[in-house]
Ligand binder design. Structure first.
Ligand code: HEM
Ligand SMILES: *[C@@H]1O[C@H](CO)[C@@H](O)[C@H](O)[C@H]1NC(C)=O
Length: 337
């Protein structure tokens, strides 16, 4: 028995030393994510965290909405062929950019900030930090800078050499989703109902365009009636921002009470009928007991929400990462090498 342990340890040690890019392959992440771990750049780019944070501090001070935009960028990256920075690729001879999909077009933003972070990292540690890891770090730091929880980001993702416009159209849930749609879309990514409710709390910051919530105001069920779950004064305010036709790009905060503060107000507003998107309100009204209970729990206990948001972000950040020798480290996040 003892000799068996020694032999096993030797094999393990040999594996670790021969494989520096994959040291600690067995879930050193603390949360048990094989392949990814927070210390990935400890020796190759110890300044990586600071560089991301310093660019974001300035960008978010200048434009507070940027925090929300960067958080969403990581979500839309991870849900489309995994967290591989596929969303950052521009149109080219071989790439049909995800930036032109229904959920992204005229909507997703933050690319210039990612470019700036990448440029700084290339100066300090050339060809080392992936664009996919930059997205994961930027999402975490945006959360922290908005007043939300901190977590150690498991790192070591590599960048894809492909994008998928069609998956970007089919794998990101629509704002008029039913609760069953939402559960199904998250399940496909290995995320459960708790992840769905916690991650939807990302809507505690940022804004949405009129086109994404108009159906609720004028024709929720094809009968020219509004969504009856909308609180009356909130509904009247939304109509002023979002007419029945025109004004598609007029915006309204997802959390009208504290639009740039990462807190649990999002859930409290849902309890009052003041969730902006159908996908927000149905977490409570969709007749699924589990999501309904979770909305109430997070509304009542901000630290519980923060804890579960951090956990679910790590889970989402681990969707099909490219590791080892798969993919590449892009020189420029907008194109493959
Ligand atoms: C549950 C399913 C989800 C749906 C249906 C959904 C839908 C939307 C829609 C329609 C918008 C507004 C887009 C526009 O106006 O063009 C939006 C914005 C946003 N979403 Fe989601 N989302 C979901 C989940 C998430 C998740 C998981 C996160 C992050 C953890 C997230 C973070 C954000 C943020 C921060 C914004 C504001 C972006 C900005 O102001 O630039 N969303 N979402
Ligand atoms: C959601 O909106 C799309 C496009 O506007 C529409 O085709 C679809 O029927 C809507 N779904 C529901 C459940 O209302």
């Amino acid at each position: 028995m003892a000799t068996r342990m020694v032999v096993l340890s030797l094999i393990l040690a040999a594996f670790l030393f021969c494989n520096p890019s994959q040291a600690f392959p067995f879930g050193r992440g603390g949360a048990g994510y094989p392949g990814l771990f927070p210390e990935f750049y400890q020796f190759s780019c110890p300044q990586a965290n600071e560089i991301v944070m310093s660019v974001l501090e300035r960008a978010i001070a200048q434009d507070p909405r940027m925090a929300a935009s960067l958080l969403r960028l990581h979500f839309h990256d991870c849900f489309v062929q995994g967290c591989d920075a596929s969303i950052l690729l521009d149109d080219s001879a071989t790439i049909q950019s995800e930036k032109n999909s229904g959920p992204n077009k005229n909507s997703i933003r933050g690319f210039e900030v990612i470019d700036e972070i990448k440029a700084r990292l290339e100066q300090v540690c050339p060809h080392t930090v992936s664009c996919a890891d930059i997205l994961a770090l930027a999402a975490r730091d945006s959360t922290v800078l908005s007043g939300g929880p901190h977590w150690e980001v498991p790192l070591g993702r590599r960048d894809s050499r492909t994008a998928s416009l069609s998956k970007s159209n089919s794998d990101i849930p629509a704002p008029n989703s039913t609760i069953q749609n939402l559960i199904t879309f998250f399940q496909r990514q290995g995320l459960n109902e708790q992840d769905l409710v916690a991650l939807s709390g990302g809507h505690t910051i940022g804004v949405a365009r009129c086109v994404t919530f108009r159906q609720r105001l004028y024709n929720q069920n094809g009968n020219n009636q509004p969504d009856m779950t909308l609180e009356r004064t909130y509904y009247n305010g939304l109509k002023a921002v979002c007419p029945n036709s025109g004004g598609d790009n007029n915006i309204s905060p997802l959390d009208i009470a504290s639009p740039v503060k990462f807190d649990n107000t999002y859930y409290k507003l849902i309890l009052y009928g003041k969730g902006l998107l159908n996908s927000d309100e149905v977490l409570l009204t969709g007749k699924v007991a589990r999501t309904m209970e979770l909305v109430k729990s997070y509304a009542a206990d901000e630290s519980l929400f923060f804890h579960q948001f951090a956990n679910s972000m790590m889970k989402m950040g681990n969707i099909k990462p490219l590791t080892g020798s798969k993919g590449e480290i892009r020189n420029n996040c907008r194109r493959i090498n």
